[in-house]
Design a protein around this ligand. Sequence first.
Ligand SMILES: [Zn+2]
Length: 234
Amino acid sequence: MSIKALMYHSVGIPPKEALLKSLYTNPRLFENQVKILKVLGFKSVTSDEIVDFVKGKDMKKKVCITFDDAYDDVFDNAIPVLKKHGFKAIIFVPVNLVGEYNKWDFERLNVKKPVASWKRIKEALKEGFEIGSHALTHTPLTHLDDKSLKQEVELSKKILEDKLGVEIKSFCYPYGDYNERVMDFVREAGYKLAFSVDSGHIKKGDNLYNLKRIHMRHNTNIFRLLLKLSVLYR
Ligand SMILES: [Zn+2]
């Protein structure tokens, strides 16, 4: 028994010049993936249920759909599809980049991708989506001194909570970069859980501060999706 957390970045068609196109999921493919999950009887969960499951509560056929970076294209192309099919998701926001663009990697990707506005983020929250922190500036956290690390982790939570008026329970490490020290800071800041980019399913008894995910890519067709959901997947 496991919860399958799916990791997405962009849902859209990459512009011609974009590098690392594997970070984009085609909107048609995305809708097919959601339909398959529905047909297979999967229901979506967010942080509270994951904590319950990891601590021992039995659950079957659960997915947790996650979006790193809170790109506008997710709000354009993924959220309406999820609403239509009755799924929820967690959207991880790089807090200092709200309403701006992927300043942290636009050169590497050769494309500026808009990050959603506070207005859009608030709307998604109202519609039942969970908002999590993806730190302040999307910098690798293991490189930081204690003071900067504390800021990235704690201040991002506080700003989100002040802006949105809800408790922020989940964190997602930029670039999946974490170690014991970073995990300690995240736990001490009051987050209930954190996602890495390590690949695999979430099992009972897992460490809640380095939860694994399934990488959803531009080529995750139905067969690959079924494989990733199966017990064989690591
Ligand atoms: Zn990211």
